[in-house]
Ligand binder design. Structure first.
Ligand code: HEC
Length: 169
């Protein structure tokens, strides 16, 4: 009786185990099919991936043929070095100049302070531009060249000067 009981239990147990294993394999196959149709396609169409693949399988050397148009073989022109772009004055001011001029730090004439700016503006815009570009040691303190951001284009800094002056009017 008990041996038969054990046998029945064992059979049922193996049957359930088998069903669970079948479900697992089924889910794995299903997940693979779904991803083949969805994420894998996006991945394959990703322009960066396509570019990488093309670069990987492109021939290592190309042959110029005499008497034919070989212009496609010319080495690609060197990428132009990133020229400093001209930024609007307010943007430059917010990024750089406000550090000192925003709160009159280290003797900097405060933005919008008409009394502080009037005698400076009276010197003429050319001189203000020059002092902002090249730096300026005055009685009040030291204005670093381009406010310390020598990577900015001259025009960007001059725009910022114009912005500062416009705020003090
Ligand atoms: C590290 C602090 C600091 C930063 C940053 C700074 N300035 Fe100044 N700036 C000064 C100080 C100090 C003076 C006053 C110098 C003096 O007259 O003694 C000054 C003066 C000036 C003047 C007047 C010059 C003159 O001839 O009277 C201009 C214009 C000016 N700054 C523009 C700018 C611009 C534009 C920026 C941002 C690109 C900038 N500053 C960033 C400290 C700074």
């Amino acid at each position: 009786m008990s041996a038969e009981h054990d046998r029945k239990f064992f059979d049922t147990f193996m049957l359930i185990l088998g069903i669970l294993a079948a479900i697992t394999i089924g889910l794995m196959v299903l997940a693979g099919m779904i991803s083949d149709r969805t994420s894998k396609q996006y991945h394959d169409q990703d322009p960066r991936k396509v570019e990488e693949t093309l670069a990987r399988i492109s021939p290592v050397a190309r042959v110029a043929v005499a008497g034919q148009d070989n212009s496609a073989l010319a080495p690609p022109a060197a990428a132009p070095t990133a020229a400093a772009v001209d930024l609007p004055g307010e943007q430059v001011y917010q990024q750089v100049c406000t550090a000192c001029h925003g709160a009159a730090v280290a003797g900097a004439p405060k933005t919008g302070d008409k009394a502080a700016w009037a005698p400076r503006v009276a010197q003429g815009m050319d001189l203000l531009h020059k002092h902002a570009l090249e730096g300026y040691q005055g009685k009040a303190g030291y204005m670093p060249p381009k406010g310390g951001r020598t990577d900015l284009s001259d025009q960007s800094v001059m725009n910022a000067v114009d912005y500062l002056v416009s705020q003090a009017k």
